[in-house]
Design a protein around this ligand. Structure first.
Ligand code: CS2
Ligand code: MG
Length: 403
C-alpha cells in the first residue's frame, strides 16, 4: 500500500479547518486533521512544503516508522506546528490501515473497553441565573457531565461565554479581539456559580470548569479549596503549565481534581505532571500531540500513575479529530472523559461522520477507518478566512494577561 498522492485542504465552513488527504496505489484514501487554531496556514505550509515530498512512495502500513521518520528526521523537535502536522499524517495512516483491514479503527487499537465514550458539553451563560438554566438544558439533552462557565458582573467578554449558547467559537475576529480580566471578581463569583449549579442539578451530574490559565498557583489553590463542597469532576488549566512545579503548590492545598494539557504537544510536556501525580486528567489530544501513535504513548505512561485521559475536544478540532479521538477513547484502558463541543451544521456537512451522541455518550460508529469523510466540493465553497483567538488584559490597567 504505497502513498501516491497527498493533498492539503484549508476551508472555513463556519470556522477554519486544515485537512490532509492521502491516497494509495490500491485506491484507498485516509484523512487527517491538521488544524491549529489561529495558525492554520503555518501547518498547511509545513505539510505541503516539507512533509508531503517525503511521503510520496512510502509504504502506508509503516505507521510507527513514518512517525519516527517525521519526528526524528526533522531534527527540530516538538512544537505545535510540527506535532500537528505529524498528527495529520499519523491519523490519515491509521484511517488507511483500518480501511485496508476493513475494520473500524477502535478494533485495530485493541477493541472496545467500554460501551461508549462519556462526553462533557459546554453550558455557558451571561450571569449566574442564565448559566444555571443552560446547565439544566444540557442535562435535559442527556449529558451526564457538563462544563459551566459564566459571565462575571463588571467584566466584558470572559472566556467561555458566547453569544450563541450552543456554539462557542473563541477565534472570533480577523485581528485578536480584547477580553478583560479581574481575578478578585472571578474568585468571588465562581464558588457562587457552582453553589447554584450543584443545587440545581443534584449530586449525580459531573460538573467541570475551565480556568483557562488565568490564576497564579496560590490563587488556584484558593479556588480549588472554595470549590471542594461542590465536588467538581475537574478544575481545568488553573495556571499556565510551563512551570510544572506550580502544580505541587496547588495540590498541597486542595482535593479538587485537576486537568491540564490541551496545549501540550508531546509526552515531554506531560512527563513531570504525570509521574509526580500533580494532575488527575491529561488533556493532550490526537491533533496537537502527534496523532494516535503518540497519544497512546502518553496514555500508557499516564496509566502507570493513575492519571486518566480527558482529551481536548473544542470546535477548532475538526470532526476528523473527534472521530479519531472517539475510537481512541473507546479502546484506551485509562479513559476518563472526552470534551464534546458540537460543530455547526455547515461543518458537519463538509465532514460527514459515523459518530453519534446518545444519553451522554458518543460512539464512533462501525464504519471502517475512523468513520469521518470529507466533501471536497462543498469545502471549496467555504474559503479560508483569517481568524484569531482573543487576547486578555487586566481590566484596571490594561496589562496583557494569559488568555
Ligand atoms: C478550551 C478551548 O475547550 C477548551 O477547554 O480551552 O476552548 C480553547 O480555548 C480553544 O480550543 C483554543 O483554540
Ligand atoms: Mg480548556
Amino acid at each position: 500500500m504505497k502513498i501516491t498522492e497527498a493533498e492539503v485542504f484549508v476551508c472555513c465552513p463556519g470556522r477554519n479547518f486544515v485537512t490532509l488527504r492521502l491516497r494509495t496505489d490500491d485506491g484507498l484514501t485516509g484523512l487527517g486533521d491538521a488544524t491549529l487554531n489561529g495558525r492554520e496556514l503555518a501547518v498547511a505550509s509545513y505539510l505541503k512544503d516539507h512533509v508531503i515530498p517525503c511521503l510520496i512512495g512510502r509504504d502506508a502500513h509503516r505507521i510507527e516508522d513514518t512517525w519516527q521518520y517525521l519526528y526524528r528526521g526533522a531534527y527540530w523537535r516538538r512544537g505545535p506546528v510540527t506535532m500537528t502536522a505529524i498528527a495529520a499524517v499519523d491519523v490519515a495512516l491509521w484511517d488507511l490501515k483500518a480501511k485496508a483491514a476493513r475494520m473500524p479503527l477502535y478494533q485495530l487499537l485493541g477493541g472496545a473497553c467500554r460501551s461508549g465514550v462519556l462526553v462533557y458539553g459546554h453550558a455557558n451563560g451571561r450571569d449566574l441565573a442564565h448559566t444555571v438554566e443552560e446547565v439544566l438544558r444540557y442535562k435535559e439533552m442527556g449529558y451526564r457531565a457538563i462544563r459551566a462557565q459564566s459571565g462575571i458582573p463588571g467584566l466584558n467578554k470572559v472566556y467561555g461565554v458566547s453569544k450563541d449558547a450552543l456554539f462557542y467559537e473563541p477565534a472570533d475576529a480577523a485581528l485578536p479581539s480584547e477580553h478583560d480580566w479581574d481575578t478578585g471578581k472571578y474568585l468571588r463569583h465562581t464558588p457562587q456559580l457552582f453553589a447554584r449549579v450543584r443545587e440545581a442539578v443534584g449530586p449525580d451530574i459531573h460538573l467541570l470548569h475551565d480556568v483557562h490559565h488565568r490564576l497564579t498557583p496560590i490563587e488556584a489553590a484558593r479556588l480549588g479549596k472554595d470549590l471542594e463542597p461542590f465536588r467538581l469532576f475537574w478544575m481545568e488549566d488553573p495556571t499556565p503549565a510551563e512551570n510544572q512545579d506550580a502544580f505541587r503548590l496547588i495540590r498541597q492545598h486542595t482535593v479538587t481534581p485537576l486537568a491540564v494539557g490541551e496545549v501540550f504537544n508531546t509526552i515531554w510536556d506531560c512527563k513531570r505532571l504525570i509521574e509526580e501525580q500533580l494532575i488527575d486528567y491529561i488533556r493532550a489530544t490526537v491533533v496537537h500531540a502527534g496523532g494516535i501513535t503518540h497519544l497512546r504513548r502518553i496514555a500508557d505512561f499516564a496509566a502507570l500513575h493513575q492519571v486518566r485521559t480527558g482529551c481536548h475536544g473544542a470546535t477548532d478540532l475538526s470532526p476528523v479529530t473527534m472521530g479519531a479521538a472517539l475510537h481512541f477513547g473507546l479502546a484506551v484502558p485509562n479513559f476518563g472523559i472526552q470534551e464534546y463541543m458540537r460543530h455547526t451544521e455547515e461543518t458537519d456537512a463538509v465532514f460527514p461522520h459515523a459518530y453519534r451522541f446518545a444519553d451522554g455518550f458518543l460512539h464512533p460508529g462501525e464504519a471502517i477507518g475512523h468513520g469521518v469523510d470529507f466533501d471536497e466540493t462543498l469545502a471549496a465553497k467555504y474559503p479560508y478566512r483569517r481568524a484569531y483567538l482573543p487576547v486578555n488584559r487586566l481590566a484596571h490597567d490594561g496589562t496583557l494577561w494569559d488568555w
